[in-house]
Design a protein around this ligand. Structure first.
Ligand SMILES: NC(=O)c1ccc[n+]([C@@H]2O[C@H](COP(=O)([O-])OP(=O)(O)OC[C@H]3O[C@@H](n4cnc5c(N)ncnc54)[C@H](OP(=O)(O)O)[C@@H]3O)[C@@H](O)[C@H]2O)c1
Length: 326
């Protein structure tokens, strides 16, 4: 089969398509013929890798595992002897982030626990856009204690135009909140089209200094210091950042609890991510069926052009999701 692989760290140029053996599923595993995959920021972060200290887990000098790609959707080809949840022909999707990746390939093989059935009425292509980014959006709008934005709350999505942001804007609207989306100039129309009540162009306005205050800020990357963010939060407001530079991440981890304690606000990095949690996948299915959550697909690339797909996202051109068709 064809599979996108890399042997060293670096930009998308380190990726190449190889001919490799089709994996044979172990007792608890499922072999899936991939029909579509999608690109996430995580795919690029794992390529470089960013932040740099993640080499400690991925392999210090070079990656221990050459496979790439988190999000896969396709049809079950074969199952291991111990698998009862799926059988050949079932439509399934997965976030392979915790299972060694491998979505950018003609076949993906992982434990059955990695996969969920694609809901009836959902296209395989749409399914391929959801596992990593839409689950991050759901969980970024829910604190570890279960609190979510309330109807009427003012919610700001910082990074509303990439992978996670468009899902977060739609979910926040579904929760009946007043949504502000932050993006670059060229992507303001996209953010507005998702239902955002207000849009902010980060190249012109710093929302932490604009005088507005929010009940909930979800930042896909920490673009501002926690001390500035504090000023943009209402009393008991919540700020959740999903990622950012090493220094911002350490600031969120170390200063976040102190600022939270001192101000009564909740400020920090999301540490409660549960990839592709079954309950949240079910919720996504309900939102999708009700027409409340529509993946925005910017471009499609065949697997042969996986490097171009990764480059397009890496250079910040994507407006929503980029799908790889297999
Ligand atoms: N916490 C966890 O457990 C966990 C797990 C997995 C992943 N993650 C993280 O989740 C995040 C996923 O983000 P994503 O895939 O949505 O990223 P993305 O697709 O790269 O989107 C980035 C967004 O940030 C905006 N942006 C870029 N530069 C900006 C700036 N200087 N100021 C303000 N906004 C700016 C972009 O706007 P324009 O495109 O309009 O420029 C875009 O909307 C990543 O940070 C990843 O590391 C976290």
């Amino acid at each position: 089969m064809k599979a996108a692989m890399r042997e060293r760290y670096g930009s998308p140029d380190v990726v190449e398509l190889r001919d490799v053996d089709v994996p044979v599923p172990g007792d608890d595993q499922v072999l899936v013929r991939v029909h579509a995959a999608s690109v996430n920021r995580a795919d690029l972060d794992l390529l470089y890798p960013k932040p740099g200290f993640t080499r400690l887990f991925l392999g210090v000098r070079r990656p221990r595992d050459g496979r790439i790609g988190c999000d896969a959707a396709g049809v079950v080809e074969a199952v291991g002897a111990g698998v009862t949840r799926f059988r050949p022909g079932d439509r399934v999707f997965a976030d392979l982030y915790p299972y060694g990746l491998g979505a950018f390939a003609e076949y993906a093989c992982a434990p059955a626990a990695a996969f969920q059935a694609v809901p009836d009425g959902m296209s395989i292509e749409d399914a391929a856009t959801l596992p990593h980014a839409a689950i991050l959006a759901i969980q970024g709008l829910r604190r570890r204690d279960g609190r979510t934005p309330k109807p009427g709350d003012r919610v700001l999505i910082d990074g509303a135009s990439g992978n996670v942001g468009p899902f977060a804007v739609q979910i926040a609207k579904h929760l009946d909140t007043e949504v502000t989306g932050v993006s670059s100039t060229a992507k303001q129309d996209l953010v507005r089209s998702l239902g955002a009540d207000h849009v902010i162009d980060y190249t012109a306005v710093d929302y932490t200094a604009a005088g507005n205050r929010y009940d909930w800020i979800l930042a896909v990357d920490a673009h501002h210091s926690i001390l500035r963010i504090r000023r943009a939060l209402r009393s008991k407001g919540v700020y959740v950042t999903l990622g950012g530079s090493t220094s911002r991440l350490f600031q969120s981890l170390l200063a976040g609890p102190v600022v939270s304690f001192a101000t009564g606000k909740s400020v920090g990095m999301m540490l409660w991510w549960k990839p592709f949690l079954a309950e949240d996948v079910a919720t996504l299915g309900e939102y999708y069926a009700a027409g409340k959550l529509k993946p925005v697909i910017d471009r499609r690339y065949p697997l042969d052009d996986v490097v171009a797909a990764l480059r397009y996202v890496d250079e910040g051109h994507a407006k929503g999701k980029v799908v790889i068709t297999v």
